[in-house]
Design a protein. Structure first.
Length: 526
């Protein structure tokens, strides 16, 4: 039985059961056995995290930055072995996906979080000298992070964006591995532990549990010692955790599901048939459709151009090899979702069935429905099909396209392709304001599957894309503030203030609002 990481040490778990990962490409069980931790493990991790939280409150931010940078260096050095293991557990390609794209992104996120922690401007420090009031964002307490199955590195609970943001805010992390890739997560945790020890962080700063029972998971997120919860995964599981956290008033940040609609306006389709069909196909099937931003739905205007375009998409879907899905559960859920779409009135144009082969695989699937049918069953026709399936909605007018936009559920992204000569602008101007309110990121003439690691990125959106439309999971420094609390100091003596609210600038680079002006220098009085 593989050990868990608690209080800086690998120790044998007190399990209530065990599990093994599966190779999705072969459906074979992998050799290592991992514990389903009992409440005793959870309690021990919480105690260590609570102790670490108190110690971190007195540590300078530079130590957290040193940890994140050291961790990133260790991931650079250990990338090959980690990516080979991730390939074994997820069937994602080592090159280019894991080694050349996802691992560099993971290390970059850690380095960006380190820079933000060192600089401190993320705190939005605000000083009112006339009233002797000072405020800004400080650490919140232990953060429990549930990682997803589709990004084993860049969104992993012990290395991904949530982890980097929580640490940069000064919080210890209890990572809950995704059971699809436990060994990959364990290898990441080995490097995290060494990096934490090398800079002298408390043992409870970085901890790892592989799995818990449903009841213990609920109990974990409700515990008084937890400051916040982050979850990326299925809507069903996420809503259970969200309900548990909401019940006790716990901040919880969930990424649940997203149809990511793409509106293809008439002249854009007419002008760019082949290129646009390639772009849409590539986006729908990227990672076997297992990106949270893959288009599950696209909208066309009825006519000969739309019919020709749909046949082009059908041909491309049929000519592309179907990829491997992440797990048996993903395969079963995808099949069930496609059947639900058909029962709601969608016509199957191609695909629709599991593939009888060694791995978890499903036919590339394209469905079609009229705009009128969509409006009659909008909820059912937005059943998330996580995988290589998408639905075409063919509308008959601008008014119907706007009505479809009005029915789109909260999504991470929404895209509109329009002609470059302005001939689609009237349609764009009717759709865009409606779509804007339903998506976190609005794109023009671009597919949604790229999520840049940029301070300006919003990887969030209205429910059910996420649990709160005001926050992003990607984009430092904004993502850090999810795991922080607003602290206010009223007439507190100068020596008792945290360094970032004292008169002297803590480092010469941190931006602070002082009497209404954003400056990097010290507090000065007339």
């Amino acid at each position: 039985m593989e050990p868990v990481l608690i209080s800086g040490e690998w120790r044998q778990a007190e399990p209530s059961g065990s599990f093994r990962a599966v190779n999705p490409a072969t459906t074979e069980l992998l050799a290592r056995e991992y514990p389903v931790s009992s409440w005793a493990d959870c309690d021990a991790a919480l105690a260590a995290a609570e102790s670490a939280s108190a110690q971190l409150a007195t540590q300078p931010p530079a130590i957290l930055a040193d940890f994140l940078e050291d961790y990133a260096r260790r991931l650079d050095d250990g990338a090959a072995a980690i990516c080979e293991q991730a390939q074994l557990e997820t069937a994602l390609a080592v090159k280019p996906r894991l080694l050349e794209v996802e691992m560099p992104r993971t290390a970059r996120q850690l380095r960006l979080a380190a820079a933000a922690a060192r600089d401190g401007s993320w705190r939005l420090a605000t000083i009112d000298t006339a009233n002797n009031l000072r405020s800004g964002y400080g650490s919140l307490g232990p953060v429990v992070i549930f990682g997803p199955n589709n990004f084993p590195l860049a969104f992993n609970g012990i290395s991904g964006g949530d982890f980097a943001a929580a640490i940069a805010a000064g919080n210890p992390v209890i990572a809950k591995a995704n059971p699809s890739h436990p060994r990959t997560t364990q290898l990441l945790a080995v490097h995290a532990r060494h990096a934490a020890a090398s800079v002298g962080l408390p043992g409870g700063t970085v901890q790892l549990l592989y799995r818990t029972s449903k009841d213990d998971g609920t109990r974990l997120v409700q515990d008084d010692r937890v400051g916040a919860v982050a979850f990326t995964g299925s809507r069903a599981a996420g809503l259970v955790l969200k309900a548990a956290a909401d019940k006790v008033g716990k901040p919880v940040y969930v990424e649940l599901s997203s149809v990511n609609p793409v509106f293809l306006l008439p002249k854009a389709v007419r002008d760019g048939q082949a290129n646009l069909a390639d772009e849409l196909t590539n986006s729908c099937l990227l990672g076997t459709g297992q990106f949270c931003t893959c288009p599950n739905l696209f909208v066309l205007f009825a006519g000969d151009d739309a019919d020709t375009f749909l046949l082009a998409i059908k041909s491309r879907f049929e000519s592309r090899p179907a990829g491997v899905l992440l797990s048996a559960r993903v395969l079963e859920t995808l099949h069930r979702s496609v059947e639900s779409l058909r029962q709601a009135g969608a016509e199957l144009m191609t695909g629709g069935r599991p593939i009888e082969q060694a791995g978890f695989s499903f036919q590339n699937t394209l469905l079609r429905v009229s705009g009128g049918q969509f409006l009659m069953s909008a909820d059912e026709l937005q059943t998330e099909a996580f995988g290589n399936a998408t639905l075409a909605v063919v509308v008959n007018s601008i008014e119907q396209a706007v009505q479809v936009a009005e029915k789109i559920e909260g999504s991470l992204t929404g895209s509109i392709y329009s002609a470059t000569d302005g001939s689609d602008d009237a349609i764009y101007n009717a759709i865009a304001p409606v779509l804007r309110r339903r998506v976190g990121r609005l794109l023009n003439d671009k597919m949604p599957t790229g999520v840049a690691v940029s301070p300006a990125m919003n990887h969030g959106g209205p429910f059910p894309a996420t649990g709160h439309p005001g926050f992003t999971a990607v984009g430092i420094p904004a993502s850090i503030r999810r795991f922080a609390m607003l602290e206010c100091y009223d007439n507190v003596r100068p020596t008792r203030l945290p360094p970032w609210l004292q008169d002297a600038s803590p480092n010469g680079t941190m931006w602070r609002s002082i009497d209404g002006a954003w400056i990097q220098g010290p507090v000065t009085r007339a």
